[in-house]
Design a protein around this ligand. Structure first.
Ligand SMILES: NC(=O)c1ccc[n+]([C@@H]2O[C@H](COP(=O)([O-])OP(=O)(O)OC[C@H]3O[C@@H](n4cnc5c(N)ncnc54)[C@H](OP(=O)(O)O)[C@@H]3O)[C@@H](O)[C@H]2O)c1
Length: 291
């Protein structure tokens, strides 16, 4: 699709970590983004979304909402399944009625982490956490609906401007602690939200549909990510590795959830930059530690 001049509805675009980066990227591309919060448009109330769509007549509907509290989801499965499982196909139905493309985001946490090579779009989801199962439920609902202008993008380990995230929290903690311990036996691909947003636009420009994996390239553990972030911020805090068994959480997380980017690279001709380069931009420029 041609983005310039297009009207883009971004659910989750006002307050969401990814949604805000999407609103910026669409604006830079000359589109007219409409970033929405749950107050503007509650995705659990399809009538309200439909009324908004009727009034504003967008050319594209982007769903960057989600129940994203991985541990809390274990205690609130109904809410997690409503937002992550039931809402996506209802939103896609509204997009289908208007014949506009629909973009939805899913997660590396739909996988169980049993592999030791990057997960492709052809690998079967098999999450054990409520969050992962509910996100896989949303994907399944979309595939079952079969609206042919649906783009599902699985992403992983987000950091970026506009909202609290793992990297920002760790740097904050390093300012008040001389030592931190972070798990080193969960491996994934950290991803910078402005890069995910820019690369989403590349897929849209090509009218891509179906499932795509998208992240920054390279892989590391949460410890590797924390260690580099603290070092880039110039903090003297020591970041030590610890196994997940030493840091029990309510929800289980996949020990390995690196996403294979080959389909995205083949389709767009673009290779996302490495996570270390993106992290440098975030810590030095966005968070201001390079000044
Ligand atoms: N964060 C990650 O590391 C990560 C990794 C992989 C995949 N993902 C996926 O990427 C997507 C975006 O994640 P994120 O981290 O950017 O999310 P986020 O920062 O937690 O933002 C979620 C957004 O959803 C909106 N929302 C929640 N309930 C809503 C409702 N009933 N109606 C309308 N909007 C509602 C919130 O708006 P209000 O503030 O107005 O409630 C908020 O803007 C999600 O699908 C997530 O599963 C995230």
């Amino acid at each position: 699709m041609r983005l310039e001049g297009s009207r883009i509805a971004i659910l989750g675009g006002k307050t969401g970590l990814l949604g805000q980066a999407l609103a910026t990227a669409f604006g830079r591309a000359g589109a007219l983004p409409f970033p929405l919060s749950s107050r503007d448009c509650d995705v659990l109330n399809p009538l309200c979304v439909e009324q908004w769509l009727d009034k504003n007549d967008p050319d594209l509907l982007v769903n960057a909402t989600g129940y994203t509290q991985v541990d809390q989801a274990e205690d609130e499965p109904e809410m997690a399944f409503a937002l992550n499982g039931s809402a996506p196909p209802l939103l896609a139905t509204l997009a289908a009625r208007r014949s506009i493309p629909f973009v939805h985001y899913s997660t590396d946490f739909v996988f169980n982490g049993g592999k030791r090579t990057p997960y492709t779009e052809y690998d079967e989801p098999g999450a054990s956490s409520v969050y992962g199962i509910s996100k896989a439920d949303g994907e399944r609902g979309l595939l079952k609906l079969g609206y042919d202008r649906t783009l599902i993008i699985r992403i992983s380990w987000l950091f970026g401007p506009g909202k609290s995230n793992f990297v920002k929290k760790i740097i904050g903690l390093s300012e008040t602690h001389s030592k931190l311990t972070v798990v080193n036996d969960q491996i994934g691909s950290p991803s910078y939200t402005p890069d995910i947003a820019a690369n989403t636009l590349k897929l849209l420009e090509l009218d891509a549909t179906g499932i795509f994996h998208l992240a920054n390239t390279g892989e590391t553990s949460w410890h590797g990510l924390a260690n580099m972030a603290v070092s880039l911020a110039g903090k003297s805090c020591t970041v030590s590795p610890v196994p997940s068994s030493g840091y029990p959480t309510k929800a289980g997380r996949p020990p390995y959830s690196v996403l294979d980017l080959a389909k995205f690279i083949r389709t767009t001709g673009t290779t996302p930059r490495r996570w270390e380069d993106a992290l440098k931009q975030y810590v030095l420029d966005d968070l201001g530690f390079g000044a």
